[in-house]
Design a protein around this ligand. Structure first.
Ligand SMILES: C[S@@+](CC[C@H](N)C(=O)[O-])C[C@H]1O[C@@H](n2cnc3c(N)ncnc32)[C@H](O)[C@@H]1O
Length: 328
């Protein structure tokens, strides 16, 4: 029995009652009108898309993907909780809610009109799907045709297995050169360390955001000793080149990760005002909610090095535009 066949499993893992998408005609369904909704509902939607991701897609071995894409996909998500590990799923979902993804989920839920998000460097499209499941309209862009192909197939599989479509569109384009309609948010997850040149990307983001729009970066803390050690083993040259199967060449950075201080400086020196900078430490998923609520103010970056934080969230807005951010 997979996790998705056993609703009780999800009740045990998350302490909430699972509902089928068809029972909840909210912003998740593509035909529904937009309305803002409560944070608790956002948490439930986040849980539900992971119920599918971990309990259907990964649990069934992503058998709908061609062999090479399937191997790469399963490899990428190798360390995600297994569908029958209730405790690990519970910890994972709790951490997700407290991390960058939870921040964006709460932001989406509060928007007065349906928000649009550019997922810059969308890879397999996991975040495009998550934010669309929360109701946003998402465009995922990536350089790699193999990643985009897998992402398209995942969308189709989601539709096939849930009967619900998501508002996601993928484009194969270098995000630095993308033209098109502006967005309410540009989301960059584990991708800033690859996009090259990063300064040009930040210039470009300014043209891709509506007035008051947000650039939201979720990334590792490049200054953490474990990350720093790992990065030293995965590359010799930071700036390299990606050559697509059709021969198109793109500059590509190999894991040029930023410390909190460097990332803060990068934003501020490229015309962005940092509205929020949070550092995430280990143990996030274990603390009970009341204890976490007491400690979470200490996650704020206040100018020190923050060497021991594992990850960071930076929310910024181009200077000179009205901010859209309040604590979601
Ligand atoms: C480490 S992956 C992260 C994928 C995704 N954000 C996630 O976390 O699942 C980084 C992705 O950024 C893409 N990328 C790097 N530079 C890019 C560029 N200039 N334009 C578009 N995509 C780019 C890569 O092809 C890769 O799929």
């Amino acid at each position: 029995m997979t996790i998705s066949d056993d609703p009780e499993h999800w009740v045990r893992a998350t302490g909430s009652t699972p509902r089928r998408a068809s029972e909840s005609p909210g912003p998740e369904t593509s035909s529904a009108e937009w309305r803002p909704y409560a944070a608790a509902e956002a948490r439930e939607r986040l849980r539900r898309i992971h119920e599918w991701f971990l309990g259907v897609e990964l649990a069934r071995g992503a058998s709908f993907l061609p062999e090479d894409e399937r191997t790469a996909f399963l490899d990428y998500y190798e360390n995600y909780p297994k569908h029958d590990d209730v405790a690990a799923i519970s910890r994972y979902l709790r951490a997700l809610w407290r991390l960058d993804t939870g921040w964006v989920a709460r932001w989406i839920a509060q928007r007065p009109i349906r928000p649009s998000i550019l997922d810059a460097g969308s890879g397999f499209g996991t975040f495009s799907m998550i934010y669309a499941a929360l109701g946003a309209e998402v465009v995922g862009v990536d350089l790699r045709p193999d990643r985009l192909d897998a992402a398209e197939r995942r969308l189709a599989y989601y539709e096939q297995t849930t009967g619900t479509s998501l508002r996601v569109r993928y484009e194969r384009v270098d995000v630095i050169q993308r033209r098109g309609q502006p967005f309410d948010m540009v989301w960059v997850y584990n991708a800033l360390s690859h996009i090259e040149p990063v300064e040009q990307f930040l210039q470009q983001v300014r043209t891709q955001l509506r007035p008051g729009g947000l650039l939201v970066i979720g990334d590792i803390n490049g200054g953490h000793p474990v990350h720093a050690k790992h990065l030293a083993t995965v590359r010799t040259e930071v700036v390299q080149e990606y050559v697509a199967p059709d021969g198109t060449r793109h500059a590509y950075a190999v894991e040029r990760a930023f410390t909190p201080r460097l990332l803060h400086k990068l934003m501020e020196s490229h015309g962005f005002t940092v509205k929020r900078h949070e550092l995430f430490y280990g143990g996030l998923s274990i603390l009970p909610d009341p204890l976490y609520a007491m400690l979470s103010p200490f996650q704020r970056y206040v100018g020190w090095n923050g060497r021991l934080a594992l990850r960071q969230l930076v929310v910024s807005t181009p200077r000179g535009t009205a901010p859209q951010t309040s604590r979601p």
